[in-house]
Design a protein around this ligand. Structure first.
Ligand SMILES: C[S@@+](CC[C@H](N)C(=O)[O-])C[C@H]1O[C@@H](n2cnc3c(N)ncnc32)[C@H](O)[C@@H]1O
Ligand code: SF4
Ligand code: SF4
Length: 455
């Protein structure tokens, strides 16, 4: 027992409420202020309801023991265990305890991923491409510049992943050197590629230097879907090439961007991609109408309702729904309701995530490569100075879900974090505007919290 005695009296913390849903056999205790949440059974519900600020745990044990004719000793144990758990989640408090403070529960100030676009050059011309990639910039970062950037990042930040993207990174002849520098500096590296140029010797080198993860873009389960977006013959090329990743036992995923042209194909993608990769987890990107994606937005944009309809179809399919529990970005939240829950104040732009373009410009995220959000250039100022001192990044860090007009009262605000702020800007005009997929997030989290995919 962690400091809890049977003489102690508990009551719900400020804002905690009990929810019930028809057809579901357990209950949800939720405190939106914290965000804390627990799924509980009927017994735990009774214990919670008897924690009314008057009954001690001993009183509660006796009440329930009399009511159900269960041995008092056994009940006492159950009552203490349940109370301890709910107390540790901040859902119950003792009279003299301060109410748990939400801010204490958030991870703030950690840089988790730095995107480095190593080139803007690309051999494909995808309809969606948010980078509008194709042509190399006149003065892209040299391997020496990337090396000193990586060293600086490694000496100032820890437990961070470098995401190598572009353009198409495999077009850089010195890519292996870049990857090696990252690994030599003890950072994780995650590579995003269109998968068309993979060779046996390339993959063998990646394996030997310890590349942590390879994300291969594929936008359909068949050529008729993928090749409309990515180009003629690309589907077959990628499917053939990823066999090498499998052969060398590199961790990899096939990763689509969901847009109108492949929305209907998502269930097929889930099946095929898990067969090819052997992974039970399906990840996908929301289509962002940025770059070439904005030029083609009319043909590509997907609404919140489209996503909801898609999810309803997937949930109905028992073979597919377990993978939905692992949809990227949500997995940590729903794998286990507390204590594993990640609480968020925002999507992490400019704090957890930074994106560096191939010319050295630093931005708060890969979808916000816009002049007004440029923090500076690593050719002019050290990366860590930009990260900590840039006026733009500091301003963005002030964006918090509990201060956004649309989100301040939302029950799942600290779970959702207010959605992607770049998409709010692009679709609705400001970084503080409504997240365009808000309805879908509400639908998704509702299902996740009620454990619909656990049944
Ligand atoms: C710009 S690409 C660069 C790396 C590489 N060339 C590739 O295609 O994988 C990085 C990722 O963004 C995805 N992507 C492209 N256009 C997008 C868009 N409009 N919205 C969201 N993701 C997009 C790609 O599918 C890929 O997974
Ligand atoms: S999405 Fe990737 S492969 Fe497609 S054009 Fe953009 S950079 Fe090239
Ligand atoms: S985006 Fe929607 S679901 Fe997320 S916190 Fe805001 S209101 Fe809630």
């Amino acid at each position: 027992m962690t400091g809890i005695s049977t003489d102690d009296v508990f009551s719900p913390s400020l804002g905690t409420k009990l929810l019930q849903k028809r057809g579901i056999k357990y209950f949800l205790l939720i405190n939106p202020n914290l965000f804390s949440c627990a799924r509980i059974n009927q017994t735990a519900r009774e214990i919670f309801e008897l924690c009314n600020g008057t009954n001690s745990l001993e009183d509660i044990s006796k009440i329930l023991s009399n009511k159900y004719g269960i041995d008092l000793e056994r009940l006492r144990k159950d009552v203490v265990q349940t109370t301890e758990l709910l107390y540790s989640y901040g859902l119950l408090v003792r009279p003299n305890d301060p109410n748990p403070i939400p801010q204490d529960m958030f991870r703030v100030g950690n840089l988790e991923e730095v995107w480095i676009n190593v080139t803007n050059k690309c051999n494909l011309h995808c309809l969606t491409c948010f980078k509008n990639a194709g042509t190399k910039y006149p003065r892209e970062l040299t391997v020496e510049e990337i090396e000193s950037l990586v060293k600086e990042i490694s000496s100032n930040f820890h437990h961070l992943t470098v995401i190598i993207s572009g353009g198409e990174p495999t077009l850089r002849e010195d890519l292996i050197h870049i990857l090696k520098v990252i690994k030599d500096n003890m950072l994780k590296v995650h590579l995003i590629t269109n998968g068309t140029l993979l060779t046996r010797s390339m993959i063998s080198e990646w394996k030997s230097i310890g590349v942590d993860f390879v994300q291969v873009s594929l936008d359909g389960s068949k050529p008729e879907v993928n090749d409309v977006i990515r180009g003629e013959g690309i589907f077959q090329q990628v499917v053939n090439n990823v066999k090498l990743l499998k052969e060398f036992d590199l961790r990899f995923s096939l990763y689509p961007t969901i847009c109108k042209l492949n929305l209907e194909d998502v269930p097929n993608m889930i099946k095929l991609f898990s067969e090819i990769t052997g992974r039970s987890r399906f990840s996908a990107a929301f289509f962002a109408p940025v770059g070439r994606g904005s030029i083609n937005e009319g043909d590509l944009a997907v609404s919140s309702d489209d996503y909801i309809e898609l999810f309803k179809r997937i949930i109905k399919d028992k073979r597919l729904s377990p993978m939905m529990r692992n949809l990227e970005g949500f997995e940590s939240q729903i794998d286990r309701v507390p204590p594993n829950l990640t609480r968020k104040l925002n999507c992490g732009l400019g704090t957890a995530t930074i994106s560096i373009d191939a010319d050295g410009s630093v931005y708060p995220c890969h979808w916000l490569h816009l002049p007004q959000y440029k923090a500076g250039n690593i050719r002019e100022r050290r990366f860590s100075e930009l990260y900590f001192k840039s006026e733009v990044l500091q301003r963005l860090r002030g964006i918090r879900v509990d201060k956004l007009e649309n989100c301040a009262e939302c029950e799942i605000r600290y779970l959702c974090g207010g959605g992607c702020r770049a998409l709010a800007l692009i679709k609705n005009g400001s970084l503080e505007a409504r997240f365009p997929y808000c309805d879908f997030f509400k639908f998704y989290f509702d299902h996740a919290l009620w454990g619909v995919w656990d049944l």
